[in-house]
Ligand binder design. Structure first.
Ligand code: SAH
Ligand code: SF4
Length: 354
């Protein structure tokens, strides 16, 4: 990954960017589509493979450009089929991604940053602070590495969620091109209805995402129903309090009948009472949305606790009875620390590749 840093990594470029790259070198524009397809549809790792491109151009490209790849450093499989991938980024950093096969519909949860600057108190990633943003190439390469495995089993990836390590809206300059590559018909060919970006609530960046990529799904990690609690457990709330965040959700340009997903991590004794459920209902009732209840996944060194099953059931039932669309997310992959908030990307703890 770190070799030839002076060469342009083509996986950092969207198709229009690749067109400009080639035009700047006096090449025909349509070559960009051919190269793009080789990279994303045929998984080409070198220019030599691109047989419909002249030898001269291939040689020239090899001198100025490269095609990066991520190979898993370790893969762990959980008892429920969830697989966690550890990718080394070549500079001593690493990130994790998770493949969640639910009834044949493969969902891949990818990371957007090494660490995270947002400092949410309950989140393991947040305790590592921000190490660095991932490049566009590193974001799409997580998907492509996992796709190799999925395809070997005769299947395809269906959904992408940016819910791994990092705050995707804190790295929009690289995340937006990565999503453009994901949904490009000549690129990874994923449907924009199947890409979801999750944010802790960076309001100006939500507005930018809505302007630049209005067709992807938005998930917002609410996690608290009062500014008092949210200020405490999610420092971002001190800058963008609930009222502003909910306004940004209301104004987010979702097409058709699509809904904002409100993620709500339930923490025992902190935000899991019926009073919280009532406030949650009140806060979100005028926004086309659905609620994802996520029972807190415990991790070492964190004082928060999982809620009781009775608290989860009562909260869930309260909302269902009021016609709210709500699902309680099961802790997929908890036995391999692949569940929400448990990713850390630690190269020291690497386990055997299966
Ligand atoms: N930074 C983004 C996306 C990554 S976090 C965001 O915050 O939305 C993905 C989800 O995991 C968020 O909804 C977050 O609230 C949740 N989460 C973090 N730590 C958790 C934990 N220990 N247990 C359960 N969910 C957790
Ligand atoms: Fe960052 Fe999201 Fe974790 Fe908060 S919950 S620290 S925003 S990854």
């Amino acid at each position: 990954m770190m070799s030839n840093p002076e060469k342009t990594d083509l996986k950092n470029l969207t198709l229009p960017m690749l067109e400009r790259f080639l035009q700047g070198r006096g090449k025909e524009r349509f070559r960009a589509t051919q190269i793009f397809k080789w990279i994303y549809q045929h998984d080409a790792g070198s220019f030599g493979e691109m047989t419909n491109i002249s030898k001269d151009l291939r040689t020239e490209l090899a001198e100025t450009a490269r095609i990066s790849k991520l190979e898993p450093e370790a893969v762990e499989q959980g008892s429920d089929g969830t697989r966690k991938y550890l990718f080394s980024l070549g500079d001593g950093n690493a990130v994790e991604s998770v493949l969640i096969p639910i009834e044949g519909r493969n969902t891949v949860c990818i990371s957007s940053q090494a660490g995270c600057a947002m400092g949410c108190e309950f989140c393991l990633t947040g305790t590592f602070k921000l190490v660095r943003n991932l490049t566009t190439a590193e974001i799409v390469n997580q998907i492509m590495a996992i796709r190799c495995d999925v395809r070997a089993a005769g299947e395809e990836i269906r959904n992408i969620v940016l819910m791994g390590m990092g705050e995707p809206l804190h790295n929009l300059d690289n995340v937006i091109p990565a999503i453009q590559i994901m949904i490009d018909g000549n690129g990874l060919q994923l449907s924009n209805r199947r890409v979801t970006v999750s944010t802790c609530g960076l309001v100006p960046e939500m507005e930018r995402l809505g302007r630049e990529l209005p067709n992807v799904n938005l998930a917002v990690s609410l996690n608290a129903t009062t500014d008092e609690l949210r200020d405490r457990i999610m420092p971002v709330n001190r800058k963008y309090p609930l009222k502003e965040l909910l306004r940004a959700c209301r104004e987010f340009p979702l097409p058709g009948r699509r809904k904002v997903t409100f993620e709500y991590v339930m923490m025992g004794g902190i935000n899991d009472s019926l009073e919280d459920a009532k406030r949650l209902l009140r806060l979100t009732s005028d926004i086309p949305g659905k609620i994802n209840l996520i029972p807190f996944n415990e991790h070492e060194g964190c004082g928060f606790r999982a809620p009781t099953q009775a608290a989860i059931d009562a909260f869930h039932t309260f909302l269902i009875d009021r016609n709210v669309t709500v699902i309680t997310r099961d802790s997929r992959g908890a036995d391999i620390s692949a569940a929400c908030g448990q990713l850390k990307g630690n190269l020291e703890n690497r386990k055997e590749i299966i």
